[in-house]
Design a protein around this ligand. Structure first.
Ligand code: ADP
Length: 384
């Protein structure tokens, strides 16, 4: 119920100080005594000397107040007071109406907002549930696909090695293709599984001291045939001590994603350069200048990436230009995993690029102090 529903109440609408002032000023000007009563006959302002109420005052047809006056100009006082009171009430009522309308509008807006919020909360809960179901589905499917695929690869390898009897060179070629494609499929399934474990926050690192330079050199051998066929020169420059503490499989995947993208998005007869060197751990915009990290820098002379797409390329399943990447293959998961893996090691990853100008991806990993690196080196330092 609002103030509007109560009817017009003089004492509520006009502060008693204002009524006192009104009565005093008329009495001073015209002499005699003057008083204002509410509609029930209780005196609100003026003195007893004004006597009992003599004149009733209405506002929009409803009783509002009563007035009393004595003295030589009593009638004039009553008329003047009635007129001024009518004016004052009119203004006060208009103010009250405006305030009540505003309050009602706020109440409606608040109710609408509350309802809107409730709908949003329900939508968010539903999306979270769907996201969880999707992650579970990805994890289960990837796992179920990997098991039979591992058998396919195992049996194909056994046939390739002649364990099931001699094979012709044609059969060898076919088996090589089967093994290559099965490996590609296994990589894809593993990436999906890794992304789903990232989403459920289960990224665990299996740490050992390893040489990043040696790991990169061994990984490059995988890309040499593909790059060679397309006339792309891959150059590696690694400084002496590139020891880091990290998860070999995950760092290998970072290297593989960056190098395979560099080769994939570089036209035939282009250049890919890889540097492994010391530098600060922080990113290019941070102040840290201590060379406390090992940088993996992969530069290509390829198609580059436009500035507005740079933040997106690290999002899952994002491909800057789906038509060209379809031609090149890929899932849009490589950089998502690379970023998660680098950051899990305490490093940073970023790219300097422009369309048509090539790209330089840099990933940093915290370096191991030289004495610890020498004492604790992983025996499989070449990553073989
Ligand atoms: P994928 O390579 O499997 O498509 P990534 O997550 O590795 O997925 O990369 C996401 C997208 O970023 C690529 O599809 C491509 O559009 C862009 N990109 C990544 N590396 C490069 C590069 N070296 N040059 C140009 N574009 C790149």
């Amino acid at each position: 119920m609002t103030a509007l529903d109560d009817g017009i109440e003089l004492a509520r609408l006009v502060p008693s100080g204002e009524l006192d002032e009104l009565v005093d000023s008329i009495a001073r000007a015209l002499g005699g005594a003057l008083a204002i009563f509410d509609r029930a006959g209780d005196r609100l302002a003026g003195s007893e000397a004004a006597g009992p109420p003599r004149r009733a005052l209405e506002y929009h047809g409803a009783p509002l107040a009563q007035l009393a006056a004595t003295g030589p100009a009593a009638d004039t006082s009553l008329a003047l007071c009635a007129e001024l009171l009518d004016l004052v009430i009119h203004h006060a009522h208009a103010r009250e109406l405006a305030a009540a309308t505003h309050e009602e509008a706020m109440r409606v807006t608040f109710a609408e907002l509350t309802e809107h919020n409730a709908r949003l909360s329900r939508a968010v809960a539903r999306l979270e549930e769907l996201d969880r179901v999707k992650s579970n589905f990805l994890a289960t499917m990837s796992h179920e696909l990997r098991t039979p695929l591992t058998s396919v690869i195992g049996y194909a390898e056994m046939m390739f090695e002649g364990l099931a009897g001699p094979i012709s060179s044609d059969q060898k070629d076919y088996l090589t293709t089967i093994l290559g494609k099965a490996d590609q499929l296994l990589g894809l399934i593993t990436a999906v599984l890794d992304v789903s474990s990232l989403e459920s926050g289960q990224l665990a690192l299996d740490r050992a001291v390893l040489s990043l330079g040696e790991l990169v050199a061994s990984e490059l051998a995988t890309f040499a045939p593909q790059a060679g066929r397309r006339g792309i020169a891959i150059q590696l420059q690694a400084c002496d001590d590139t020891a880091v503490v990290g998860d070999r499989r995950k760092i290998r995947q970072v290297v593989s994603s960056l190098v395979s993208n560099a080769v994939k998005f570089t036209p035939d007869r282009g250049q890919v350069g890889i540097a492994v060197r010391r530098g600060p751990l922080a990113g290019p915009d941070d102040g840290d200048a201590e060379p406390s990290a090992i940088h993996l820098v992969v530069t290509d002379s390829g198609i580059g990436i436009s500035r507005e797409l740079v933040p997106k390329i690290f999002e899952p399943f994002f491909q800057a230009d789906s038509s060209s990447t379809r031609a090149f293959g890929g899932t849009g998961l490589g950089l998502t995993l690379a970023k998660a893996y680098v950051e899990a090691h305490g490093g940073r990853i970023w790219v300097d690029t422009a369309p048509g100008q090539g790209s330089t991806f840099t990933a940093t990993f915290p370096a191991v102090p030289p004495d610890l690196a020498a004492a604790d080196r992983d025996p499989q330092g070449d990553g073989a």
